[in-house]
Design a protein around this ligand. Structure first.
Ligand code: 16G
Ligand code: MG
Length: 693
């Protein structure tokens, strides 16, 4: 039998609640004459690059409706566990709601919907979500729900009385309005539950968490259900149903707690750097060995954007402390399967700009640092970043950039009046990609898997031209995608077995396909087997040579495995990326920041915003590197790029695109020198105004 999607009674109930809230909204607007700053006029809130985002005061209604949408997504999700066995629909499928406005100012907030796999809700739903959230009349709501239902899959089940629990995970960043909006979203989620729908809605509120943590919980939920069903299939005899459900729920609960998330990452990181200690002693690679012997990696000062990242990093550090304490109190720890615990030397993070230090993202955070090319300017920490190794995350902790500011005396001046000369160096998403990709390529090669597993980098048009040239020169394949995590993620997934992707703004991760993970795991098992067999067979005199070769391969395989564990498999995650980058830098013999930064030199760029009457008149193609409409604009830009030169200059690049998060057009220009950049940028801005108004 095919169970219905949203039943009539639930539909009516939801529409009634929506209409009540519309009345309420109108009344309140009149009473308070409140002024909201939505991205568009008429209080129409569009589904932006990553969900709904605007002034928090306009979001109550949207939060309620997104809650309902998430419940439906959870109720009608499939897990892989049921693919071959439609008779046994799993009782718990999940979705998530994250209340955050990322790097926006503190008065904004937003809603992100997470699908059953822990991914951002698919593009196919976006239009319907926008219709539901902006519908004002009964007819509009009916129409919007019809459109949404078409996207929902039918659940196949043979059990008439199939009961279903839709689990919805909630999380929020540190914004004041977050708690209120989570409550609204929960009300919306509950609107699906009831006898008529046959769905019980279970709310799992994980409180103040980073966006990637919330994604991880939904991902881990799905995996726990999948593993449980896989196990149960093998035990043929059917247990008591209630007991089975209880036991499944216990498993889900354990897998979707903060502790499980932090443990995964921490253990991954410790396994990743474990070999490093041994390598230091042996000095395997001459350069890395010498460097490692001479230096330690200085502490990393992290600007947490006055946001949730601070809270989460603190919890991670507390877990490292526990591991350290446990291991020092246990004499046998060295022989146990858990990796060697960290000492301060192995992981040293100095956390700055927490929620008590000021409004989220105000003069700090990765967006501020990357766009302004300077250190965070919060009063308490302004100077403390100078001459340190630093990193910066955004308000919901899914972006990461590294930076360093060298300060020295201005030449020829001394004493009190001397002004300091500062040299700001940024390692943005491009350089994170390069470091991770080159490291993984080396490991694949050492593991003998380079021919079996493809690796490449996905990026956006915002990547620096010097980055793409550097990749090309070094034979690393790249693919350009449209702006937005969902697009770059998809490109990385589609093109490579291991797809490393970062937007220049620091949003990204390395994606390992299921197949790549399987190949690595199988090779590891094979290698261990081969080693133990050979140990018995080979002659004494060959032993030394053989063991060196095998150890290199085995270590690379173990490193790849540890890398997979250090990465949040659901989505780009600044905490996971910090651990991965720190791990890689250590494995590279404590590679200094300057050396990483100097791998290639960025071309000067300029990014500006232009306000036009209707930004949607701009239509782009070629991953937003060219524009199709308005007619003539691209040709004009091509002419501008020839400025003061009659031949095409390969270092010059310019593109324009309508922003997905603000009501403006973004202009990007790149050239060999800052002055030309400036000139071209001014001319392109003028052209945009001319063609778009
Ligand atoms: C959002 C996107 C980010 C993108 C940015 C572009 C997510 C989670 N975030 O922050 O990936 O770079 O928007 O903004 O998808 P823009 O369209 O205003 O340039
Ligand atoms: Mg963010």
């Amino acid at each position: 039998m095919r169970t219905k999607r949203i039943d009539q009674d639930t539909r009516r109930h939801f529409i009634r609640l929506c209409l009540l809230s519309e009345e309420d909204k109108d009344r309140r607007r009149k009473e308070e004459n409140e002024e909201t700053k939505c991205s568009s006029s008429n209080n129409y809130v569009s589904y932006g690059t990553a969900g709904f985002r605007c002034h928090h005061a306009a979001l109550d209604v949207i939060a309620f409706r997104c809650g309902f949408i998430a419940s439906c997504v959870a109720a009608f999700s499939r897990t892989n566990a049921t693919n071959n066995n439609s008779n046994d629909a799993p009782p718990f499928t999940a979705a998530g709601i994250c209340v955050t406005a990322s790097h926006n100012e503190a008065s904004d907030n937003g809603l992100k919907i997470v699908d059953g796999h822990g991914n951002v809700l698919g593009e196919a739903y976006e239009h319907a979500c926008e219709m539901i959230c902006n519908a004002k009349t009964e007819a509009q709501l009916e129409n919007a729900l019809d459109c949404f239902e078409e996207k929902l899959p039918f659940l196949e089940t043979s059990r008439e009385d199939a009961k279903k629990t839709a689990v919805v995970y909630f999380g929020r960043d540190t914004r004041e309005s977050g708690e209120r909006l989570v409550e609204k979203a929960k009300e919306g989620a509950r609107a699906l539950g009831g006898r008529s729908s046959g769905v019980a809605v279970k709310i799992c509120d994980r409180g103040v968490v980073t966006t990637p943590m919330l994604h991880y919980f939904v991902y881990a939920h799905g995996k726990a259900v999948e593993a449980f069903y896989e196990n149960n299939k093998q035990q043929e005899e059917k247990n008591d149903e209630d007991a089975t459900e209880r036991s499944l729920w216990e498993k889900i609960d354990a897998a979707t707690q903060e502790l499980a998330y932090f443990k995964r990452l921490a253990v991954g990181y410790l396994s990743l750097i474990e070999e490093d200690e041994e390598k230091k002693k042996k000095g395997k690679n001459v350069v890395e060995g010498l460097r490692a012997n001479a230096t330690t990696l200085p502490p990393l000062h992290i600007d947490c954007a006055n946001g949730v990242g601070f809270v989460a990093f603190e919890k991670l550090m507390a877990l490292f402390d526990v591991i350290r304490e446990n291991s020092s109190s246990s004499e046998n720890s060295r022989r146990s399967a858990t990796p060697t615990p960290p000492t301060t030397k192995e992981i040293a993070l100095v956390l700055k700009n927490g929620p008590n230090d000021g409004p989220v993202n105000l003069n700090c955070g990765s967006d501020f640092v990357q766009k302004n090319q300077r250190a965070p300017e919060t009063p308490s920490t302004r100077l403390s970043f100078v001459n340190q190794r630093c990193a910066s995350v955004d308000g919901d902790c899914d972006r990461l950039v590294y930076f360093s500011i060298e300060e020295g005396e201005e030449e020829g001046k001394e004493g009190e009046n001397s002004s300091k000369k500062q040299n700001f160096m940024l390692c943005d998403g491009d350089k994170l990609s390069i470091l991770i990709a080159f490291f993984l390529i080396e490991q694949l090669f050492l593991a003998g898997l380079a021919h079996k597993i493809s690796l490449g980098i996905a990026h956006t048009a915002y990547s620096n031209g010097a980055f793409t040239k550097f990749c090309e020169k070094n034979g690393v394949e790249t693919v350009c995608a449209k702006t937005g995590v969902k697009n770059v993620h998809k490109a990385a997934e589609e093109h490579f077995d291991i797809g490393v992707y970062f937007e220049s703004n620091g949003h990204g991760t390395a994606l390992f396909s299921d197949e790549a993970v399987k190949v690595i795991e199988k090779e590891l098992v094979d290698e261990l087997t081969r080693m133990s067999v050979e140990q018995h067979l080979r002659k004494e005199e060959e032993k030394h040579i053989q063991s060196v070769i095998l150890t290199t391969k085995l270590k690379a395989l173990l490193t790849l495995k540890a890398t997979i564990q250090t990465i949040n498999p659901a989505i780009g995650d600044a905490i996971s990326s910090v651990l991965l980058i720190e791990g890689i830098l250590r494995k590279k013999g404590n590679m200094p920041f300057q050396e990483w930064h100097a791998m290639y030199r960025d071309l000067p760029t300029k990014q500006t915003k232009v306000k036009v009457r209707d930004r949607t008149v701009i239509e782009c193609f070629d991953s937003e590197r060219k524009c199709l409409k308005p007619e003539g604009l691209q040709q004009r830009m091509d002419e501008i790029l020839l400025l003061d030169s009659c031949v095409k200059n390969n270092n010059r690049r310019a593109f324009v695109r309508p922003s997905g998060t603000e009501d403006i057009v973004r202009v990007y220009v790149e050239a060999s020198d800052a002055e030309t950049c400036e000139k071209i940028s001014t001319k392109v801005e003028e052209a945009v105004i001319e063609f778009c108004n």
